[in-house]
Unconditional design. Structure first.
Length: 67
């Protein structure tokens, strides 16, 4: 089943995967809205989207290395 295949590849139990994916989704929505506002008014939310994406990549890489 695709559901279990991804969890096996990610080497995470369901709830740990759920929490990270849910948090990432919420933060990426926030980053998208911040980017749109920043595009209109550059002095608002400078580098917010970049920092969010970098943080998510760092967390994902750290978790992968800890396995």
């Amino acid at each position: 089943m695709l559901f279990k295949k991804h969890l096996t590849e990610a080497r995470k139990p369901y709830w740990r995967h759920f929490m990270f994916a849910f948090k990432a989704g919420f933060l990426l929505i926030y980053a998208g809205i911040a980017s749109i506002i920043h595009a209109l008014i550059p002095s608002i939310f400078p580098f917010v989207s970049q920092k969010i994406v970098q943080r998510l990549v760092k967390e994902s890489e750290q978790e992968r290395r800890s396995k």
